[in-house]
Design a binder for this molecule. Structure first.
Ligand SMILES: [Zn+2]
Length: 343
């Protein structure tokens, strides 16, 4: 099968096509024929590599996918060849302490398709049957592929932040995939949403998704602007994907009991906190990764029923994978970049 990824870690120049063996279906597994794959910032981190990441090379990229079941393994019930599905890219063991407690993303051997194991940017992928959901016909394939990683991540973050109706929620970096989901989820939960972004066009899109107000983080005093928008009462929750540029500002504009939940560090991995703000205002700074199986089902059902909308930036064909990754790298888009296999 033809696949797209890299044969050695490095910059965008290492991205290429190569051939891999077709995967075999084991008991409890299904083989899904790829129709569409959404890209994630994670793909760039994996391509660059980090200390301790030990991948078998060449490595196939791709985390999110929508496709059709091609083959069903032994002991699988409720799924048939030809079923249109969307795939949960989280992989867990099912029997460690975290898994037994239903906290799959805390699993001892937690992995993500395309990050720790070969990804989905190829003809077909084998996954545990528990990782697929049959998708409704109302959802286009490209839209379906754009949903799993970012919506499950944002949903778990919103849960950890314990968002209540009337809360003021800040979502930094409104064009990013998780942020587009977070804006909608915070609105759905009854919050007043302040998004931050860098461009006028993205600000407009953020408002269409439900952001009540938008602040430009390119301005030096953006944190102060956020604070002033709350009539100086402060912010209840920050759903953060940016990290370094957000934490120092957030510790100032969070109100008593404020919560920041962070799932990424696109602006850098190191942040300094003044602990006097943290203890005196009783602030929480919490990490979050992906979601547990129940959270995944919950948020997918909100998408399937039209409460939350997939946000697709641009679609590329499989032969245009280099262009798709270039757009991802530039960060100019709003929402998800999707590769359609037969486009
Ligand atoms: Zn486990």
């Amino acid at each position: 099968m033809r696949a797209f990824g890299f044969q050695e870690h490095g910059g965008p120049e290492v991205l290429d096509y190569f051939d891999i063996d077709e995967p075999k279906v084991g008991p409890g597994e299904v083989k899904v024929k790829t129709e569409a794959v959404a890209l994630n910032r994670l793909d760039i981190w994996v391509r660059e590599g980090w200390p301790g990441l030990d991948l078998e090379l060449p490595h196939t990229l791709g985390t999110d996918m929508a496709g059709v079941i091609e083959e069903v393994g032994r002991d699988v019930v409720g799924l048939e060849r030809g079923d249109p599905v969307v795939v949960n890219p989280s992989l867990w063991c099912g029997f460690c302490r975290a898994c037994e407690r239903g906290e799959q993303s805390l699993c001892d051997s937690f992995a993500i398709l395309g990050e720790h194991v070969p990804g989905t940017l190829t003809t077909s992928t084998v996954v545990p049957a528990r990782n697929v959901l049959i998708r409704p016909g109302t959802l286009e394939t490209v839209e379906a592929a754009s949903v799993p990683l970012v919506f499950q991540t944002a949903w778990r973050m919103a849960g950890k932040a314990n968002i209540r109706p009337g809360d003021v929620v800040v979502v930094p970096g409104a064009g990013g995939g998780v942020a587009t989901a977070a804006i909608q989820i915070a609105k759905h939960l009854g919050a007043h949403v302040i998004a931050t972004t860098s461009q006028e066009a993205k600000a407009k899109r953020a408002q269409e998704l439900g952001a009540d107000e938008v602040v430009f983080y390119t301005e030096e005093d953006w944190g102060k602007q956020v604070y002033e928008l709350t009539a100086k009462e402060g912010v209840d929750v920050v759903l953060d994907t940016a990290g370094q540029d957000v934490w120092p500002q957030a510790q100032r504009f969070l109100r008593q009991g404020g919560r920041l939940v962070c799932c990424g560090a696109t602006s850098g991995p190191e942040a300094t906190l003044d602990l006097r703000y943290v203890f005196y205002r009783q602030l929480s700074f919490v990490g979050s990764t992906m979601a547990n199986a129940q959270e995944f089902d919950e948020v997918m059902s909100l998408v399937f029923n039209g409460w939350l909308d997939p946000v697709v930036d641009e679609t590329f064909g499989f032969e245009e994978a280099h262009d798709a990754f270039e757009r991802l790298e530039n960060g100019d888009g709003f929402g998800k970049i999707v590769i359609e296999m037969d486009a």
